[in-house]
Write a protein that binds this ligand. Structure first.
Ligand code: ATP
Ligand code: MG
Ligand code: MG
Ligand code: MG
Length: 564
């Protein structure tokens, strides 16, 4: 590739809308352009990187038993109604109508579609297990699309779904994907960590997030300092681990002791044998202000409902929503996600006097007071969520926990029969008995991974691509293209490299060397080869490593063997 032909419009200035380094560099180095909030065009350099990440993913999915297919982006509402998610997913789901006024959604994920497919095509145990995946655009109308490709509204995801006969089968598929993900991110040249995550339900099924370690990450990770122990969890999960040991027995007792609306924080805390602490911020990923603002606007999505109901109870006055009169003074709220299946107890200790129990509902003005958890709802989490911090003992081995920041680039999840049951995906086992298929789902954010790679690998001059996902491996820079000898020597180097199968750009622009060096650093290919006057005189070129700045002189007629 020649820079004079390459469509990679670089920018000298840091674009004002970009607050995070990957966003700034992707714009400045000519990788992406913004189309709308959270919607981007991938320019040629970005597409090369994405293709490399996709290739690594495909190889690892295939190696671990996956088969690639491609499902539609447009999904009919009927399937979503069947699974129950049409009403639950909230405003994050992009919805649209066709000319006949029928409802559709742009797929934010594909459990419904793939479960329906397998429901109609699989009927025997002989057809299982099945691991199906695609790499495709996903659509989520994120409340705050931001940070460039890290949180887009249109983004690329690899999603794989596993179908097994039983839990043991699922365990195998899950382990395969855990291994495959480890390989994918290792091969991408990233420093990462799989961490236990919160599946959101009591005794919940397994789920791990794969976190690229970067200070700019939104997620906080706690991990054991002892490498052989291996404990690592996101901070929410670490906190929940402290309380999820509460059993059904406890809950039954709670039902017995509870009289409507009569719980004090102390009562609840005593009952649970935990020290009451302020917990709100630990459970929620966003700041209070943000949630309150969202409440005022009336935004709701699944995550938000979990949080908003919780916060709603405590901050109604502030938010100016709901029947403030009724619940002013509430100190303990019982709040539930949209279907009221689960309930959270939120204790705010700053206010010690205690009045009512309040149930969060999903519409303003529909809060119940004096509800009785267990009698009125099932409880899946009762939480005196205590922030676990670095320096505390590891829950697994007792050594000390350390903290790091991470970007969630992937997540694997045991779904069990969550979708197969409601959608009726079954098979006949050896004895002809009808059984529900057991599922897992496994996502990788491809475009987010590209951005995360930059968050982790850059310096003040620009991107430092890991070799495996670099758009090109080498950029050849003739110091002066006006000097015929230098230009010819640079061409020779370029052709030798290309012939050796090395992905190379030659910066053949009639620019000052300084400008070309700056752009080379900005774009961040692993090696730069400078062809200057000395090169012509000694038949030697300077190879410079982007990451370390090291340089070595290399004979022109063997340049490719140094690069390979
Ligand atoms: P987040 O917690 O960041 O909102 P998520 O947990 O909602 O992500 P999943 O449903 O687990 O995301 O989707 C699988 C993967 O897709 C994520 O691990 C992430 O890498 C990627 N992803 C999710 N949302 C976005 C987005 N808005 N933009 C880019 N990538 C995304
Ligand atoms: Mg999300
Ligand atoms: Mg997440
Ligand atoms: Mg996730």
């Amino acid at each position: 590739m020649r820079t004079t032909e390459l469509f990679a419009p670089t920018l000298r200035e840091v674009p004002a809308e970009a607050e995070i380094v990957s966003h700034q560099l992707l714009l400045r180095a000519g990788f992406i352009r913004r189309e709308a909030a959270g919607v981007y065009t991938y320019l040629p350099l970005a597409l090369r990187v994405l293709k490399k990440i996709n290739q690594i993913i495909r190889e690892e999915m295939d190696r671990h038993g996956g088969q690639e297919l491609q499902m539609p982006i447009i999904q009919s509402a009927e399937l979503w109604q069947e699974s129950g998610r049409w009403d639950v997913y909230g405003p994050e789901l992009f919805r649209l109508k066709d000319r006949h006024d029928r409802d559709f959604a742009l797929g934010p994920t594909h459990e419904e579609i793939i479960t329906a497919l397998v429901r109609s095509e699989v009927n025997s145990y002989k057809q299982l297990p099945l691991l199906l995946y695609q790499i495709q655009n996903k659509y989520r109308d994120e409340r705050r699309p931001r940070f460039g490709l890290l949180r887009g509204r249109e983004f690329i995801m690899k999603d794989l779904y596993s179908f097994d006969r039983d839990e043991q089968g699922l365990q195998l598929s899950y382990q395969k994907m855990h291994d495959a993900y480890t390989q994918v991110f290792r091969r991408c040249g990233l420093r990462f960590r799989p961490v236990e995550a919160d599946s959101g339900a009591i005794g919940g099924s397994d789920t791990h997030e794969f976190m690229v370690l970067a200070d700019s990450g939104e997620a906080t990770i706690l991990f054991c300092e002892k490498e052989s122990c291996g404990y690592a969890a996101n901070v929410e999960k670490a906190a929940l681990t402290n309380v999820l040991t509460k059993t059904g027995e406890d809950l039954k007792q709670l039902a017995e002791v509870s009289t409507p609306g009569a719980h004090t924080v102390e009562e609840v805390a005593n009952f649970l044998h935990v020290s009451p602490q302020k917990i709100i911020k630990t459970l929620l990923y966003e700041t209070e202000e943000e949630v309150v603002a969202a409440l005022v606007r009336g935004d709701r999505d699944v995550n938000e409902i979990k949080l908003s109901n919780a916060l709603h109870c405590l901050h109604l006055k502030l938010a100016g929503a709901g029947t403030v009169q009724d619940i002013t003074g509430a100190r303990v709220g019982f709040a539930g996600p949209v279907n009221l299946k689960s309930v959270r107890i939120i204790a705010d200790l700053e206010i010690s006097a205690l009045v009512n129990a309040v149930s969060g509902a999903n519409k303003d003005d529909t809060h119940l007071i004096n509800v009785n958890p267990v009698r009125d709802f099932t409880i899946d989490i009762i939480a005196d969520i205590r922030m676990v911090q670095a320096g505390e003992p590891c829950p697994r081995c007792g050594s000390t926990l350390k903290e790091a920041k991470g970007i969630e680039v992937g997540q694997i999840f045991k779904l069990g029969d969550k979708y197969s049951k409601v959608l009726g995906a079954t098979y006949l086992d050896e004895s002809g008995q009808k059984k529900t298929i057991i599922m897992g789902c496994y996502g990788i954010g491809v475009s987010r991974t590209m951005a995360a790679a930059i968050e982790q690998n850059h310096d003040q001059d620009g991107i430092i691509w890991p070799v495996a996902i670099a758009p090109y491996h080498v950029v050849v820079v003739p110091v002066s293209v006006k000097d015929e000898n230098q230009a010819a020597m640079a061409e020779k180097v370029y052709h030798r490299l290309v012939e050796a199968g090395i992905e190379t750009v030659i910066d053949d622009r009639p620019e000052r060397a300084g400008v070309k060096f700056k752009d080379a650093d900005l774009i961040g290919c692993p090696l730069r080869i400078t062809v200057g006057a000395k090169a012509v005189a000694n038949e030697q070129v300077e190879v410079r490593v982007r990451k370390t700045g090291e340089t070595i002189m290399v004979p022109v007629d063997r340049v490719e063997s140094f690069v390979l």
